[in-house]
Design a protein around this ligand. Structure first.
Ligand code: NAD
Length: 416
């Protein structure tokens, strides 16, 4: 009965807005002459670590800066079990969640939860997302979508069968400079594209004493992460590349695990390391361009150096996460006496998302990409338009990751 009630509620919301809640009138700053009817959408968060914080900030900030018919309400946050109830309660108090659950299965049964936001380690995404779809909830899921593409396909089928709105948090698409890169490519400014190059470099696992597994270092255990840098870091580069430059046809990859054994946090014993510490791959894109990707956690001096460069017939662009509010642009059609790399500061109101923020010249940062994805997700609920990246979009990235890992294991080119 509860299942049907929840399904009805979400279907109703998706069709014509929240029916069983009192609309509250709020004065909107941008359209101050017209009162906007705000409807609430209740969020249940699973996982209150790094991403739990970025998402909570996104839900909190989006209604202040973007006009939407819907306003997210931080309804419940879920602990792993009774054991971390206190930590979950402290998180709830800090961020303003109204309640705390200790079992995600109980939380998704609640009729007053509309959106479930999955911010847990990768091995939990599939079970949680499929259960949420069956309970008729809208789903926000962290990346990578799944442990592999077979599991990702099951997740896609579950959300499509249930007809629930879904999104995967490939947030870099919504950094204004990256969104502007997409605009420049779609306008044809680069012309035919020849090269796509991306790196994601970190250095936090160089020390052999860093343990694997457990709550803090689950990323170093393939049982909870699926893979190492491929699913963790390259997945971001691949999602951006598919979005900016289209389909990847085939890949040739090498991976390396530099430190072969580490103490496992769960057992206290040294065990073989099962993840890739570094991964490089070449690929062919469907548009005829060549791709070159590199990722490692052993690049001393780099904390989160995500960069890409795209070379086209007329122009090139490059972007660097450490300087995320700038987009570099070179246009060969400029007069030769002033031709050179332009360093465009993304802060004017005619640049993506920037009309919602401060005044020209003032930067925004990393956290704003999560605000943008909440705002766009709410807008897509309001308009009924598809949201991207959806589970189906994220499955394409998962397929590339699978092909990369297979290619490295078999030392052979692999079709995606
Ligand atoms: N979009 C991005 O840029 C980005 C960045 C970092 C992480 N991620 C992804 O976000 C997800 C979470 O990563 P993180 O860095 O926030 O990890 P984290 O370790 O900081 O947080 C994980 C959370 O999951 C909770 N959790 C673990 N098992 C649970 C269970 N059985 N039931 C309920 N809660 C459980 C933990 O208590 C913790 O609060 C991963 O899938 C990761 O790949 C994405």
């Amino acid at each position: 009965m509860r299942f049907f009630a929840t399904r009805f509620r979400v279907a109703e919301i998706q069709r014509r807005g929240a029916p069983n809640q009192d609309p509250s009138f709020s004065l909107n700053l941008y359209y101050y002459w017209k009162p906007i009817v705000m409807k609430t959408l209740n969020v249940g968060l699973i996982g209150y670590g790094f991403m739990g914080r970025t998402h909570s900030n996104g839900y909190s900030q989006a209604p202040h800066f973007f006009t939407n018919e819907y306003r997210p309400v931080l309804k419940a946050v879920c602990a792993r079990s009774e054991d971390d109830m206190e930590a979950a309660q402290a998180f709830a108090d800090q961020w303003g969640y109204e309640s705390v659950e200790t079992d995600w299965r109980e939380m998704i049964k609640r009729d007053d939860i509309d959106i479930v936001d999955i911010c847990t380690p990768n091995h939990l995404h599939a079970e949680m997302a499929i259960a949420c779809a069956e309970a008729g909830k809208m789903i926000v899921c962290e990346k990578p979508l799944a442990m592999n593409s077979a599991q990702g396909e099951e997740m896609c089928q579950a959300v499509e069968k249930a007809g629930v709105k879904n999104m995967v948090s490939y947030n870099y698409r919504r950094i204004p400079a990256v969104t502007l890169a997409k605009q420049l490519i779609d306008e044809g400014r680069l012309g035919r594209i020849f090269h796509y190059r991306a790196n994601f470099l970190q250095d936090w696992t160089i020390n052999a004493d860093v343990p694997q597994g457990g709550a803090a270092t689950w990323r170093l255990d393939a049982k909870s992460a699926g893979s190492g840098v491929t699913g963790d870091l390259l997945a971001h580069c691949i999602d951006t590349a598919l979005w900016l430059n289209g389909e990847i046809l085939d890949v040739s990859a090498v991976t390396e695990t530099f430190i072969k054994e580490r103490v496992h946090s769960d057992t206290g014993k040294k065990q073989p390391v099962t993840i890739d510490d570094a991964c490089n791959f070449f690929c062919h894109f469907k548009n005829g361009s060549l791709g070159l990707f590199e990722s490692t956690r052993y690049a001393r001096g780099h904390k989160a150096l995500y960069t890409f460069e795209i070379n086209g017939e007329h122009a090139s662009i490059r972007w660097d996460l450490h300087d995320l509010h700038r987009l570099e642009y070179f246009d060969h059609r400029d007069d030769s006496i002033v031709r050179g790399w332009r360093n465009v500061h993304i802060s004017d109101g005619d640049m993506p998302y920037m009309d919602h923020w401060w005044v020209p010249g003032l930067n925004i940062g990393y956290e704003h990409s999560f605000v943008h994805q909440v705002a766009d997700f709410l807008k897509s609920i309001e308009t009924g338009e598809a949201f991207h990246p959806s589970f189906r979009d994220a499955l394409e990235t998962q397929k590339v990751c699978d092909a990369v890992l297979e290619s490295a294991a078999e030392r052979a080119w692999k079709n995606v």
